[in-house]
Design a binder for this molecule. Structure first.
Ligand code: HEM
Ligand SMILES: [Cu+2]
Length: 618
């Protein structure tokens, strides 16, 4: 009742701000929300990167004095959490947010306000976790927070972990629900499943993985919260609790999580390689079904993270086999990407280089992954730098390279100007060289026994030279990141203006102007083929040669804000509802009931306002 009065009283009237900061606070436009996700994830990438540089500085020489043991524990834990939950996941969501509606021919996602809510919960969740550095100490029990250590570590760090990841999980779930409903219900006429671009397929698989994986983590985090704050004993072996329960729960979430991280990049690469090879994707159906198969098989391998936990030979063998099987669909994708380039007329753009870099680095990461599937091997490799090398080859060499490929590919559509190719190629080569210098030698020192998560090491272990090389490599990556920032700033200022279809693309997003108008399409497209835009552009001569027949995209309306197309109105209630989350978080960590009540009140006020406000302005 109160909220309805508030919304009707004009005091909270909703000014339709189309520019300025308020328009970003109240936006429910998927494109703007995509940009918010992208910029925020990039800022967290810089923060996670600086943490990594400090880690590398500490390990550059034996007996390093840059970080003490406790701060080192906080830095690698926060580095891992940041890169996974605040960088790779949201950067994938940023591109999904911006491009799913454009690639399926829709005007927005199914639930625009829920979309805005998911962004603000992500932002406030990230700030909440990072505020711990200034409020007694950040999480310091490692990104997978093994119990019983995580339940007994002093300070509030791991309480921030249990509540912070909970809040971030809510943002992911809200996004997943939105994308599933959008992809299943809002495709343009004729856009059948087997005409959907692969990026859309991978987004659908990822959203279902999120839908089923995040609740598993949520259960574990609640149990950890109870153990730390409310006298629970879920993971306390002294009174019958089971620390292995945490490991099982964490990795039942954690392994599907690695596919949540990599599948968007695989979708991007499947868009970029055909465009710059000027060939349709080789084996479209095989790539799609391999992605779906990975989505299912990813649930049957989690205990390969626990080969050293003493589950016994039967369980180990079973999980070793399922882990080897999952290499098959991954291999299919790699052969299809190579098949796509084979015989193509290649344009060596920066986006293409990052996509090829993805394939090459992911192969290396995948192969070291297969070596972990052999239980005796893993007994030697687990918890060493060989493992750190493996997951950086798949998460950095894979996911981050793929995401940058997507950024260079879609940047002109989002911002109306191209990124510079010369700086782009410098960025790529600095990343390629820096990355392999940083993570390549980790395989060597790992097999020589250097454990992960140690803040220093004595001289003459044979690790000195390689650790110095790794640190130099990390700074080369840092320089590459600066080159990207310079490129982005220069592009915004005076980059080459982008036409609607700068790359001679294949899919629907290239039929809209750069950037697209608020409503995306003035007319909902009618889809008749896979790679529909290509087929609309090129008829074929009797000899099969492509002949361009269609001039391309529609023009933007002069006044894009009065177009008569129904679009939901901006709203600040999703942001308000999200603001309740950190209050609930702080109230729980410090057991301050009033803070919890304030948090719940803000959340409810936001949800009621959101639910009661008219969908369009009166
Ligand atoms: C920017 C360049 C990066 C450098 C130099 C770097 C370096 C490192 C190092 C040295 C460690 C091991 C710390 C230790 O065990 O003591 C580490 C851990 C980790 N890194 Fe990175 N990393 C980088 C980027 C990334 C990216 C892009 C991701 C993920 C997407 C990532 C995810 C992780 C994770 C999950 C851990 C494990 C943290 C833990 O043990 O709890 N890193 N990183
Ligand atoms: Cu795994």
């Amino acid at each position: 009742m109160a909220t309805a009065a508030l919304t009707r009283r004009g005091m909270f009237a909703r000014p339709r701000a189309t520019t300025g900061w308020w328009s970003w606070v109240t936006t429910i436009d998927h494109k703007k929300i995509g940009i918010l996700y992208g910029v925020t994830a990039f800022v967290f990438f810089l923060i996670g990167g600086v943490e990594a540089l400090f880690i590398r500085l500490q390990l550059a020489r034996p007996d390093g004095q840059v970080l003490d043991a406790e701060l080192y524990n906080q830095f690698f834990t926060m580095h891992g959490i940041t890169m996974i939950f605040m960088v790779v996941m949201p950067m994938g969501v940023a591109l999904m947010n911006y491009f799913i509606p454009l690639m399926i021919g829709a005007r927005d996602v199914a639930f625009p306000r829920l979309n805005a809510f998911s962004y603000w919960v992500f932002l406030f969740g990230g700030i909440f976790v990072y505020s711990s550095f200034f409020l007694g100490g950040a999480p310091d029990g490692g990104w997978f927070g093994y119990a019983p250590l995580s339940r007994t570590l002093p300070g509030h760090g791991m309480s921030y972990y249990s509540l912070g990841l909970q809040i971030l999980g809510i943002a992911s779930l809200a996004g997943a629900v939105n994308f599933i409903v959008t992809i299943l219900n809002m495709r343009a006429p004729g856009m059948t499943f087997m005409r959907m671009p692969v990026f859309i397929w991978m987004s659908l698989v990822v959203s279902f993985l999120l839908l089923f994986a995040m609740p598993v983590l949520a259960v574990a985090l609640f149990q950890l919260m109870f153990d730390r704050l409310f006298g629970g004993n879920f993971f306390n072996p002294a009174v019958g609790g089971d620390p292995l329960l945490w490991q099982h729960l964490f990795w039942v979430f954690g392994h599907p999580e690695v596919y949540i991280l990599i599948l968007p990049a695989m979708g991007i690469v499947s868009e970029v390689l055909p465009t710059f090879s000027r060939k349709p994707l080789f084996g479209y159906a095989a790539i799609v079904f391999a992605g779906v198969a990975i989505g299912f098989m990813g649930w049957g391998v989690w205990a390969h993270h626990m080969f050293a936990a003493g589950l016994g030979p039967v369980a180990n063998t079973a999980f070793a086999l399922t882990t080897m099987f999952i290499a098959v669909p991954t291999g299919i994708k790699i052969f299809n990407w190579v098949g796509t380039m084979w015989g193509g007329s290649i344009r060596l753009t920066t986006a293409f280089l990052f996509a090829v870099g993805f394939v090459a680095m992911f192969i290396i990461g995948g192969l070291s992954g297969v070596t972990h599937a052999f239980v005796p091997h893993d007994a030697q490799q687990t918890d060493t730098y060989y493992i750190v090398a493996h997951f950086h080859y798949v998460l950095f060499g894979g996911a981050i390279f793929g995401l940058f490929g997507g950024l260079y590919y879609w940047w002109p559509k989002v911002f109306g100007r191209l990124l510079g190719e010369r700086l782009g190629k410098l960025h790529f080569w600095l990343y390629f060289i820096g990355f392999n210098l940083t993570f390549g030698p980790m395989h060597i020192v790992g097999l020589q026994g250097q454990p992960r998560r140690i803040y220093t090491y004595p001289e003459n272990m044979g690790w000195d030279l390689w650790n110095l090389v790794m640190t130099v490599g990390a700074f080369v990556i840092a320089v590459g990141t600066l080159v990207f920032i310079v490129n982005a700033v220069l592009s915004r200022k005076r980059g080459e203006e982008a036409v609607a279809d700068p790359w001679d693309g294949r899919t629907l997003e290239w039929t809209t102007p750069s950037p697209p108008p608020e409503y995306n399409f003035s007319d909902v497209p009618l889809v008749t083929h896979r790679d529909d835009f290509w087929h609309k552009k090129y008829a074929r001569t009797p000899e099969g040669e492509p002949v361009r027949v269609f001039a391309g995209a529609e023009h933007a309306d002069d006044d894009e804000h009065h177009h008569g197309i129904h679009l939901p109105s901006p709203s600040y209630f999703p942001a308000l509802a999200a603001l309740g989350m950190p209050f609930l978080g702080y109230g729980t960590v410090y057991k301050i009931l009033p803070a919890m009540i304030v948090g719940a009140a803000i959340l409810l006020l936001g949800l009621f306002g959101w639910g009661l406000e008219p969908s369009v302005e009166e």
